[in-house]
Ligand binder design. Structure first.
Ligand code: GTP
Ligand code: MG
Length: 210
């Protein structure tokens, strides 16, 4: 939100909390978590910075493979954004790939506080086999999710709807499921995404407490 506040949440009060490589290291407590998944270099860390209006909070790099462990960002002691390592990065060793995959899978599979997964794809490209596998996996496990097609500033406005349709078809995203065009560079899509996040996570959390 432009005011820096999102509902009752003050996003100005966001901070990096910790990096975990195994469940014992995840934060204690019961705050709801929104996790980001997607290929390496797709823009997961940038999306966190953009949503929180904080340029340097999550580390961003033009080199793929920047985010290695699982990074937890505490937003106003109300929720966490969870930045997962990217998949599909060709240059890391087989062992390292397997260990990242295991880390991602363990988190998604076991984390009770996980309320929502944001899966990122690059709006310019057709989703890869890895993307399809990840999306299927999320669907099969019934994890609440939304898809964000990012780097929308890199294509002409007139092409956005066409790209969204192709991505929806390739991944098999149902007509009523959320797919948002986004740009961490310009903030395009930010208000829409925040309002969907609030609906998906905060209301759910409030309902659970009633
Ligand atoms: P890993 O940590 O390696 O998995 O990557 P990541 O998904 O966290 O990507 P990151 O946010 O580090 O961004 C990768 C590169 O894409 C950086 O050079 C970013 O500046 C750039 N980038 C990310 N989002 C956008 C966007 O919306 N528009 C543009 N033009 N560039 C972007
Ligand atoms: Mg990253």
């Amino acid at each position: 939100m432009d005011t820096g506040r999102s509902g009752q949440m003050d996003i100005g009060r966001s901070r990096y909390e910790l990096t975990a490589v195994k469940p014992e290291q995840y934060p204690a407590g019961d705050l709801p978590e929104i996790a980001l998944v997607g290929r390496s270099n797709v823009g997961k860390s940038s999306l966190i910075n953009s949503l929180l209006n904080r340029k340097g909070l999550a580390r961003v790099s033009s080199e793929p493979g920047k985010t290695r462990g699982i990074n937890f960002y505490n937003v106003d002691d109300i929720l966490y954004f969870v930045d997962l390592p990217g998949y599909g990065y060709a240059k890391v060793s087989k062992e390292e790939k397997a260990s990242w995959a295991k880390m991602i899978e363990t988190y998604l599979h076991t984390r009770r506080q996980l309320k929502l997964v944001i899966m990122l794809v690059d709006i310019r490209h057709s989703p890869t086999e890895d993307d399809k596998l990840m999306y299927r996996w999320i669907l099969d496990r019934g994890i609440a999710h939304m898809v964000v097609a990012t780097k929308a500033d890199k294509i002409a406005r007139g092409r956005i709807q066409g790209r969204l349709s192709e991505i929806r078809k390739t991944l098999g995203i149902k007509a009523d499921a959320s797919l948002t065009a986004y740009s961490s560079e310009t903030g395009q899509g930010r208000e829409q995404l925040w309002s969907e996040l609030e609906k998906a996570v905060l209301e759910q959390t409030v309902n659970e407490q009633i």
